[in-house]
Design a protein around this ligand. Sequence first.
Ligand SMILES: *Cc1c(COP(=O)(O)O)cnc(C)c1O
Length: 447
Amino acid sequence: MDESEIPKYWFNIQAVMPNKPLPILNPATREPLSSKDLYPIFCEACADQELNTTDEWIPIPEPVREQYAGYRCTPLVRAYELEEALGTPAHIYFKNESVSPAGSHKLNSALAQAYYAKEQGITNITTETGAGQWGGALSYAAKKFGIECAVYMVKVSYEQKPYRRSIMQTFGAAITPSPSMSTRAGKDILTVNPADNGSLGCAISEAIELAVNTPGCKYALGSVLNHVCLHQTVIGLEAEKQMAFAGEYPDIVVACFGGGSNFSGIAFPFMRHNIQDGKKTRFVAAEPLSCPKLTRGKFEYDFGDEAGLTPLLPMYTLGHTFKPASIHAGGLRYHGAGVILSQLMKDGFMEAVDISQTESFKAGVLFARTEGIIPAPESCHAIAATVREAIKCKESGEAKTILFNLSGHGFVDMAAYDQYISGNLGDISISEDDLARYISSADALNR
Ligand SMILES: *Cc1c(COP(=O)(O)O)cnc(C)c1O
């Protein structure tokens, strides 16, 4: 498909959900927030999209579509050799989002957010990044639309993934390891534990603090929020056309799950047919064993960040004080799931599985050897969940059609592959006691 096939609208699933998401709340007053309450943090267009529960189709601004045309439509590929290696009758397709200049799906939202900031007269944008994928995407998008970008990078990733830092610097952004002494939130954490490895939650706190205290500066988030999930729907809208071109429709759609944006992107356009047309596609979110918010978390109000600066979000959460293990899939180490996704999970429209780190890399290596693309450690979780489904098809003899999202490539994650190949990679799961302790930090907000 050529660029004339790039969608002209994003699909807003909020408009068709049988149960709308619960409101997000002001933590002090417990009153529902309006989009105007979000204006001090986000640019206005994004804040409006966040709470838009009525417009099913939202136009993609032409300058954003022009940037999309640089790498979209992304390829939809049938993984024949992976099928053959697994000996499965299943038809396995993947949507290849790794071909974007940033190497992942994250650019789909970064371009939209940088564009809206520029439109509003904002000069500086700030954010956090875990594995460095979001930071890389926003750095590039900011450059495209002529604004400055400052990134707080989770310290463990800053140290484990120096090349991601270099990528962001190459695109022209300023990078600070988090926790840092440059914010109140960072200082508070470092005072308690000077050796703190950082977390996405803490880096978010730092970036929001900078945005709120700096004129002309707004915050941008790369996952979790409704407007981010909205921007990613270009993935599934293209995939729907491409699958139709191949004469297929997915029985199962799979994506890895950090905060839920790439999952939303591939899943929502197909899920609308479950909601509206009685289709029976299954939607499987693959999360890490060490960060199991959907499989073991609790649905309740919680903060989106560690310091408690965000509104209260109704979501599946492990508690905002959750300290994720230092797994290589840095983009999956977030304590909560997006608000829309959490409601869809609660209402049974999607399911989740947890995948150990070694299972994920085993699947990633098989994919690399059969399909010739080295997947991001995050994407390896989606591949592992796909392999599980394909093996079930082998056992039952059913030729199901499985579509998964290849959210990014792993060319900057070769240190992780080194560790796996040399047998030095372990699996971490959380004890019931630790889990209960972390979740109690959210429970305390729901009394
Ligand atoms: C950030 C990231 C993820 C996880 O984030 P979601 O919002 O859950 O999609 C997955 N894959 C890659 C390559 C990423 O960069």
